[in-house]
Design a protein around this ligand. Structure first.
Ligand code: ZN
Length: 176
């Protein structure tokens, strides 16, 4: 699927709740598979449905080391439908992140260190889970997409923006 780039209106729209009826239809899992494959093909470590022009409240988080995130921790891809934040840490952590919808750039963003989340799986089961560290960051980044935000909305200082290539070089040299 095509990935929406910054400036597209869909990235500013709050996502809508996936209804109980939708959980009963096979289309939901077909779409979830397509969403995951789009993320994998783009070397993403997370993706939200609005990024593929679909305003349903769905996301994958799938942290793993790859060319775009050499130091990311490895996890199985996790689908979250209708996620909501139950609680999050007061302490914030600064870390660099990028976005498939904001090509070519990285930003240093402060986010909570952990987050407790409610969501539904593909069967509609309600699940509560806690994410920590970088995985919490991936979740919060994707959650932003479900409320019409991107990391650009969190930038507090233009010095906290780098070109992707500059960032990767700095990371390799241990400067970040
Ligand atoms: Zn993103």
């Amino acid at each position: 699927m095509k990935i929406a780039q910054i400036g597209e209106a869909v990235l500013r729209h709050p996502a809508r709740t996936v209804s109980e009826e939708e959980f009963a239809h096979a289309e939901l899992s077909v779409f979830a598979d397509a969403l995951l494959n789009t993320m994998l093909e783009a070397s993403g470590i997370g993706i939200a449905a609005p990024q593929v022009f679909d305003s349903r409240s769905m996301m994958y988080i799938a942290s793993r080391p790859n060319a775009r995130y050499p130091k990311a921790p490895l996890m199985e891809p996790l689908l979250l439908i209708n996620p909501s934040i139950v609680s999050q840490s007061v302490d914030l952590v600064w870390e660099w992140e990028g976005c498939l919808s904001v090509p070519g750039l990285r930003g240093k963003i402060a986010r909570p260190d952990w987050v407790e989340v409610d969501f539904q799986n593909l069967q509609g089961d309600k699940i509560q889970q806690r994410f920590e560290g970088f995985v919490a960051r991936v979740f919060l980044h994707e959650f932003d997409h479900l409320i019409g935000l991107t990391w650009l909305d969190h930038v507090t200082d233009s010095k906290h923006i780098m070109a992707n290539e500059v960032w990767l070089n700095a990371l390799e040299q241990g400067l970040l």
